[in-house]
Design a protein around this ligand. Structure first.
Ligand code: ATP
Ligand code: MG
Length: 280
């Protein structure tokens, strides 16, 4: 099997006519774990949704390729079939579709035409992974994410990853809402996938996930672009000192993509009330 290589070049993308991605360059190869960190609202989730083909995000220029294939020409399910996987920051609830039906259908779409996912093998693998992730046993049989706790939703995203065995996985804030034990379990699950056939992009705010999953490369996103790349030393420095030093180094005033006009509405209500009270 060919080692997967996802290449993102000069990617620009809009949401509702506002440019959010402003020239992203990134290459993820099988065997590598990349981490993207960065302050809120700098375009990290937009990048993951754009790679997966979310219809709200329109690519205006640049390319995304998986080996030789043009990802931007593929539909969302073609991207999944090609081996791309996204664990979303906010997984959607899908009432009416059970978790296990969803998984089986998703696995089916990755099979060659005319071949079925063998039921016995599917159940055995599902049981094994549910146990590995220390998930409640009823979760596969409930409706997808409906009423799942925050941590259960995140574990469920990892369950999907383990079952679908993607070639390139993007995990968007998989650590948010996880307790310390779940963090370790999710870390172990991701590490168990590591091989030449698996590349991973972790989007996170915290060092604690990266203590479990050691990234080979760390990138910092600001203003819709990757503004700095390095190794694990970047994580420690950010954990200790925040992002100000990077902003200073690069001359960035405001790191967000969309900077709203801060209209300070000074209403006199508060002041008047105080004044009245004083007058009394
Ligand atoms: N579907 C959308 N509709 C409107 N605005 C959007 C949409 N998606 C993203 N944006 C805007 O684009 C900017 C970047 O958002 P994005 O979710 O990519 O940030 P992020 O880096 O993932 O932040 P966080 O760390 O808070 O998750 C934000 O200002 C956001 O409001
Ligand atoms: Mg985000």
């Amino acid at each position: 099997m060919q080692k997967p290589v996802l290449t993102i070049s000069e990617l620009h993308a809009n949401v509702e006519d506002k440019e959010i991605l402003k020239g992203v360059n990134l290459e993820i190869k099988g065997g590598e774990v990349h981490a993207i960190m960065g302050p809120n609202g700098t375009g990290k989730s937009t990048l993951s949704s754009t790679i997966m083909g979310h219809p709200k995000y329109h690519v205006t220029s640049g390319t995304v390729t998986l080996n030789e294939a043009n990802v931007l020409e593929m539909s969302v399910d073609e991207r999944a079939r090609a081996g791309l996987f996204l664990a979303m920051q906010y997984p959607a609830e899908v009432p009416g579709v059970t978790n296990s039906d969803f998984l089986r259908t998703a696995m089916q779409t990755r099979m060659e035409d005319g071949k079925d996912v063998p039921l016995f093998k599917f159940i055995r693998e599902l049981d094994k992974n549910v146990e590995k992730l220390e998930m409640r046993e009823d979760l596969p049989h409930r409706y997808l994410n409906e009423g799942f706790s925050g941590g259960e939703k995140k574990r469920n995203e990892i369950l999907q990853m383990l079952m679908l065995k993607p070639n390139i996985a993007i995990l968007d804030e998989i650590d948010s809402g996880l307790d310390v034990d779940a963090l370790r379990i999710v870390g172990e699950a991701v590490n168990s996938m590591r091989s030449e056939n698996f590349g991973c992009l972790l989007i996170t705010h915290y060092q604690r996930l990266l203590d479990h999953i050691k990234p080979d490369f760390v990138h910092i996103m600001m203003k819709g672009r990757i503004v700095k790349s390095g190794g694990a030393e970047l994580i420690e420095k950010i954990d200790r000192e925040g992002y100000d030093w990077i902003k200073k180094e690069l001359g960035i005033d405001d790191e967000r993509v969309i900077v709203e006009e801060q209209k300070r509405k000074v209403t006199s209500i508060g002041t008047c009330a105080t004044k009245e009270m004083l007058d009394l």
